[in-house]
Design a protein around this ligand. Sequence first.
Ligand SMILES: [Zn+2]
Length: 224
Amino acid sequence: MSNRIKNEAELLATFSNPNYPGLEQYRHPFFNERNGQVWATDGNVLISVDPHRLSGDYPKLKLGEPVGFAKRTCDLTVTMSMLAETLASVPTVKEQIEEQPAIECEECNGTGEVVWEYRSLHRTHQMEAVCPVCDGRGIFAKAVYKETGRTIPDPKAKIEVGNAILLVRDVQKLVGAMDFFRADSVHLVRDEGQTTWIIDEDIFIILMTVFKNNDPVTRLKKGG
Ligand SMILES: [Zn+2]
């Protein structure tokens, strides 16, 4: 019997960032030649799936594993109800959606700088300068946001799990993946430097930790 994942693109897309500037490995899922697993990551969250559970073809890239990748520091069963109760307890914000995107200067692609080329007798020179079209502002109008009237957990609020501090935004991706697999619980096996969450023997998720600073944190709840 096949235990392949259905709708894998939908799952993997939540862990990548198609608009990530520069680094290709953060924009789409890929087959990691370093360890033979399919990875989707945006640099803050990562899902690793054994390819025998997948149907798609993925571009091949080589990406090193984070420091201490396989290190185990804890063994904690975390249930969906613990995570749901925790997310229901964090500070909230008013949800906003982008009504109009920012209007960028086309001359400088929003950077505010242009490069001039000029030719002297024997050489071509390049010189960076403030964009003359937008006077270095890069954009002509900021994006316009509108409130939806809904209140949502603050994506940047912090949750404390074991020795780790995590962002709500990232924990929601873990919960989304658990929903996807209809998993009632996950095993947390690392809670220092990064967190490692085992869904099953072929699938795990890493959430990067953040600094506590002086921000309020919500401790993981005990669940119902
Ligand atoms: Zn410009």
